[in-house]
Design a protein around this ligand. Structure first.
Ligand SMILES: Cc1cc2nc3c(=O)[nH]c(=O)nc-3n(C[C@H](O)[C@H](O)[C@H](O)COP(=O)(O)OP(=O)(O)OC[C@H]3O[C@@H](n4cnc5c(N)ncnc54)[C@H](O)[C@@H]3O)c2cc1C
Length: 608
């Protein structure tokens, strides 16, 4: 039996001096810590604000993903955005994992990647292209062979050369899929959306059953804690401190040097009981790596004196490195749900509301079988011309061109240039169709007893709305203010409204048509006008929870925060490795990107 990991005490952690200090034991942070500590001559310390919960069923059981974000609140940072002006003034709930494993413990386990990574390089980051991402994503994963019969029926195959076979993260296709999957793929095909049985080759358009981060043997979620930490927990050169919040990076400038050196990290931790919180210092000899995520990494930079001059002055924080891009450029995928009542002859996740069936499924799960051993897996990615009429495409494209032409900042101009080019290109999906075969849990909404549903989440892939994350006080323990400025560019709203109309069209196409009983929300009994569709979008809009970009990897003159070695400008040894370094968002689920990026960073940290 594996030994229980031993975690550092705050006192011991502050007395040690590590070669590498990693802030945040989340998705990226644990990859970095585990790869660095493969070298026994190197010492690595990890500071994680949350705890370790290897036995939590809500995390481990794949069949309950939609519950994790709402029910696992004591293991989450519960962010609420500022009221969103263009979303009926609604503040939007945004959970992030606060535990070892970070948000990889909470996510929906979907993996999708795309050749768009090439543009990370063309926008100014040498070496960050599809080929190198593929190399390191493969290094991170072990993909289970797919069952040929399942693969033929549900568009789930593995292409040679694009999957890893010996990495820590386990990926597999679901073994259960709903009765909606086959008719869904057929109706999509009738509308011109072709099956694409393996999207991992860089072309992610089409319909398919995705690979999930699920261990095919234990049928549990595979995420950074079991994949990267647990097998290496006994390494004597790897030390993890839990329940400790980093509050600033300690930066010093050597005489005559232009650059700051990160000497360590200040953190707050409880000693001998929650009521006794103290401030301590952890020391780093070689590097400090920030992996605190898209919302908390910019906060730590600002608290450390790195950021926009005006913001730091406002809160009385001495400016060390002026980088106006810190906390800017927040981009996020957002979705809007349509709820459709379908024939209850179809097996959907709704069967779990029946107590007897639910008990049977719990029993089946003990044998790694049944519905709880899988996650919802039927997806499609659509280029814009597949769901929006030509004249609207032209209008939206003109709008992007106008935004590009009026952009003041060079980095923003370059992003918008790309988005304009990609907008009506067949290879760049603008919409993701996620089907959740069942009633999608949401506060205040309840299903009809005995009814079965299809919840279709249409998600925007290349948001044109850019937001911010900034500190709201110099108190390091208060949360930063998150303002994604959702729908501030009207094209984002147009795309989602077209997505809602497409969902209706999809369910009006055979074979789905005959299985559809009622359009519940929005209720399409009558024609809805454009305004009504847009009001629906705004009233149910949610994030796909993929925020990125708040410490962008870009040339400094373009508003970048880190260079192409992920080093913060103006420092000799402070790196950022998490979703905040994305220069712009891509039409993929970010976890594979993040694992790949964190794997790749090893060649910089140990060599330069
Ligand atoms: C509900 C939900 C569903 C999702 N579904 C998918 C999906 O299906 N597929 C997909 O690819 N992606 C999905 N995502 C997104 C994906 O999981 C994240 O993009 C990714 O995990 C982020 O990784 P990260 O390393 O940037 O940050 P995180 O994994 O969030 O890691 C940050 C870590 O830093 C710690 N930390 C923060 N501040 C401090 C501090 N000051 N001191 C110490 N520690 C600190 C945090 O506690 C956390 O452990 C989903 C996200 C959510 C919330």
């Amino acid at each position: 039996m594996a030994q229980e990991p031993v975690f550092a005490t705050p006192e011991a952690f502050s007395h040690a001096e590590y070669d590498y200090l990693v802030v945040g034991g989340g998705t990226a942070g644990l990859v970095v810590a585990s790869r660095l500590s493969e070298d026994p001559t190197v010492t690595v310390g990890v500071i994680e604000a949350g705890g370790y919960f290897p036995d939590e069923p809500l995390i481990n059981v794949p069949g309950m993903p939609a519950r994790v974000s709402y029910e696992l609140i004591e293991r989450s940072w519960l962010f609420l955005t500022v009221p969103q002006e263009n979303v009926l003034g609604r503040p939007i709930f945004h959970p992030r994992g606060k535990l070892l494993g970070g948000t990889s413990a909470l996510n929906f386990m979907a993996t999708v990647s795309v050749e768009e990574y090439d543009a990370f390089e063309t926008i100014g980051n040498e070496g960050w292209n599809w080929e190198s991402f593929l190399k390191y994503m493969k290094k991170s994963e072990t993909v289970a062979p797919s069952d040929p019969e399942f693969g033929d029926k549900y568009n789930a195959k593995l292409e040679e050369g694009v999957h890893g076979d010996s990495g820590p993260l386990k990926l597999s296709h679901s073994t259960w899929t709903s009765g909606l999957t086959e008719p869904l793929f057929k109706s999509l095909e009738a509308l011109g959306i072709k099956p694409n049985p393996d999207s991992s080759n860089g072309d992610n358009t089409g319909s398919y059953s995705i690979l999930g981060s699920i261990d095919p043997v234990t049928k549990t979620r595979s995420y950074s804690a079991p994949a990267y930490f647990a097998p290496n927990a006994s390494r004597t050169n790897l030390s993890v401190l839990l329940n400790a919040q980093a509050t600033r990076v300690i930066l010093e400038k050597r005489d005559g040097s232009d650059e700051y050196e990160a000497k360590g990290v200040e953190f707050v931790s409880a000693i001998g009981g929650e009521e006794n919180k103290v401030k301590l210092i952890a020391k780093a000899k070689k590097e400090v790596v920030l992996s605190a995520g898209t919302f908390m990494t910019p906060q730590l930079l600002e608290l450390s004196g790195i950021g926009d001059r005006a913001i730091l002055e406002k809160f009385g924080i001495p400016l060390r490195i002026e980088l106006p891009g810190v906390g800017d450029n927040l981009q996020d995928h957002i979705y809007t749900t349509s709820t459709i009542e379908v024939s209850n002859e179809l097996e959907t996740l709704d069967v779990l509301r029946d107590e007897e069936r639910s008990l049977k499924e719990i029993d089946a799960y003990e044998r790694q079988e049944g519905l709880l051993a899988s996650t919802h897996s039927a997806f499609a990615f659509l280029p814009v011309r597949a769901f929006a009429p030509a004249e609207d495409v032209e209008r939206m494209k003109t709008s992007i061109r106008d935004a590009k032409e009026s952009a003041k900042q060079s980095g923003q101009k370059r992003r918008l240039e790309l988005l304009e080019k990609w907008f009506d290109d067949e290879k760049h999906p603008q919409l993701e169709v996620i089907t959740y075969p069942g009633f999608f849990p949401a506060p205040g909404k309840t299903p009809k007893s005995g009814s079965h549903y299809n919840a279709v989440l249409v998600a925007l892939m290349h948001p044109l709305s850019f937001g911010t994350v900034h500190i709201s006080s110099s108190d390091p323990l208060s949360k930063p203010v998150v303002d994604p400025k959702y729908l501030s560019n009207n094209v984002d709203l147009e795309i989602l409204a077209h997505g809602v109309r497409f969902t209706r069209k999809l369910h009006s196409e055979e074979p789905l048509k005959s299985l559809t009983k009622a359009f519940v929300e929005p209720a399409w009994d009558e024609e809805l006008d454009d305004n009504e569709v847009k009001t629906h979008v705004k009233s149910v809009l949610e994030p796909v929870y993929h925020p990125a970009g708040t410490a962008a990897m870009l040339p400094q003159e373009d508003g970048g925060v880190v260079n192409s070695r992920l080093k913060v400008y103006g420092t000799s040894n402070l790196r950022i490795v998490d979703a905040s370094i994305f220069p712009f968002h891509i039409s993929a689920h970010p976890q594979t990107t993040i694992y790949g990026m964190a794997e790749k960073v090893l060649c910089f940290t140990l060599k330069s």
